[in-house]
Design a protein around this ligand. Structure first.
Ligand code: PLP
Length: 482
């Protein structure tokens, strides 16, 4: 994500009357202030700029008051439709009553007792539940932390410890976190690494199976997985000895990289390559896991068994929690070799157990149905707009690429303009990769909400398209909304 550098440019506000107010529907937005942000949100944004780190990336000035499901209200009373779920987190939607009840009940009992040092039932129950859901043979064990990056850090330490090998392989476009260990695997945007060298753990990056923008300029399937052969024939042969590689870290669908989805057969090849050289396969499901793609874990779409799985984001509907799952054999590291104070917080575990129930009972099914509907509608939208290139992703992890018409070159600026135009109409979206609009709503999204949101997206794309290149703000042209 990028864009809203509010410190550097004025907070945008529409010149025309707000469009979404013309068609309030119970399934969609209702904007009641003349401008966005409204006065209360504006005040919060201004205070934020004084008190909060400048490193955060805010696409637009949304200041939330409260939410229900896929709808949320800002502090001025504007109602928004949320296609972000707080960046692919809120699996059960905002403040699902069953998740809130579980949190309240656990909070009334105790808030913390450090799962690293003591025992409590909530953590054990979640450990039992999650290890059964994660794909892969044999009994598994879970290590608890608080975030995606910590889940990845634990995986990095575990695979190094067990293989006694120093090196990692990861992919261009990958995002595995921003702490000093996981940052060495992340190669999504240079800004995330600029100024932070040297990266401590040694990792080699290789091209991902991005068939729409193949770095080898080949086409699938005639390419015969040149991107996998490249790892063996070039990287292993000339630079990174495979017997020194502890693990390959990979996202089944690259999240921050743009929801890039590899073709069938890709992960099978990667698994074979790992097995040939005794390398472990770590699948980062922080964004793609917990039902987001219509299966518990996205790697199941390729039917491949990973050695280690990392989980966070959707697992606890917004409460902080990270989990690293591996086979019992692999997780056999001695007491004291890894741990933390807050990991597996009992309130987060309670939220996770309630979330898992909801995913199992309703949300997997809903994600498949509403996701299929949205993918079809998005394909039709791509056919209508020359500046839309293609649809990526699965389930409710979808993205639409904004391109320079007739090419596969991403158009970063117009993507940002579309996200802005959606916000001005009451639809919350975010970017993914350099040029995709990310659609990662709560898994509770109804078909009616999906329809309203897609109509707004369509209208926003149309508005940006009709402005044309020369009409872009900053080019001296008057900005029109709608
Ligand atoms: N791994 C993946 C695939 C992610 O998408 C993210 C966050 O976007 C992370 C790891 C890092 O998670 P966190 O931001 O919770 O540290």
């Amino acid at each position: 994500m990028s864009t809203f550098r509010a410190r550097e440019r004025p907070i945008p506000h529409p010149e025309a009357p707000l469009i979404a107010t013309k068609r309030p529907s119970p399934h969609g937005p209702e904007l009641i202030t003349r401008e966005l942000p409204g006065p209360r949100a504006r005040a919060i944004v201004e205070r934020d700029h004084r008190a909060i780190s400048a490193s955060y990336t805010r696409a637009y000035p949304l200041a939330m008051s409260h939410g229900r499901g896929a709808l949320l209200w800002d502090v001025d009373g504007n109602r928004f439709l949320d296609f972000t779920a707080g960046i692919a987190v809120g699996a059960s939607g905002h403040s699902h009553p069953r998740v809130v009840k579980a949190i309240r009940e656990q909070a009334g009992r105790f808030l913390h007792m450090s799962g690293t040092d003591f025992y409590y039932d909530m953590e054990v129950r979640l450990g039992e539940r999650i290890t059964k859901l994660v794909p892969g043979p044999g009994p598994k064990q879970a290590f608890f932390s608080n975030s995606g990056t910590e889940a990845v850090e634990a995986a990095m330490k575990l695979v190094r410890y067990q293989t006694k090998r120093p090196l990692f392989v990861a992919f261009y476009g990958a995002f595995h976190g921003r702490t000093m260990g996981s940052l060495a695997l992340t190669a999504s945007k240079a800004v995330q690494r600029r100024g932070f060298a040297p990266q401590t753990p040694q990792s080699t990056h290789v091209p991902f199976a991005d068939c729409k923008r193949c770095v080898f300029n080949l086409k699938f399937p005639s390419c015969e997985f040149a991107c996998v052969s490249f790892i063996e024939d070039y990287v292993f042969a000339k630079h990174t000895p495979p017997e020194d590689v502890a693990a390959i870290f990979v996202e089944p669908i690259q999240g921050e990289g743009g929801y890039v989805t590899p073709p069938p057969g890709y992960f099978e090849r990667l698994r074979k390559l790992c097995d040939k050289y005794g390398i472990l396969l770590v699948v980062d499901e922080v964004q793609s896991g917990m039902g987001r793609t219509g299966k518990w874990f996205a790697i199941e779409h390729w039917n491949v068994k990973p050695d280690v799985v990392t989980i966070a984001k959707g697992i606890a509907s917004g409460m902080p929690l990270g989990i690293t799952v591996a086979s019992k054999d692999l997780m056999s590291w001695p007491p004291g070799s890894h741990g933390n104070t807050f990991g597996g917080n009992p309130v987060s575990c309670a939220a996770a157990l309630a979330t898992i129930d909801l995913i199992e009972e309703q949300l997997l099914e809903n994600t498949r149905k509403v996701g299929a509907f949205m993918a079809k509608e998005l394909e039709a939208m791509v056919a209508r707009h020359r500046m839309l290139g293609w649809v990526n992703g699965m389930g409710l992890m979808l993205a639409v690429e904004v391109v320079e018409p007739g090419t596969s070159h991403g158009d970063h600026d117009r993507r940002d303009e579309i996200i802005q135009a959606c916000f001005e109409r009451g639809l919350l979206t975010l970017g993914a990769g350099p040029s995709a609009v990310r659609i990662s709503p709560p898994l509770t999204l109804t078909r009616a909400q999906a329809q309203v949101g897609l109509e707004i997206l369509d209208e926003a794309v149309g508005a940006v398209e009709s402005r044309g290149k020369r009409g872009r703000p900053g080019n001296g042209a008057k900005r029109r909304v709608g």
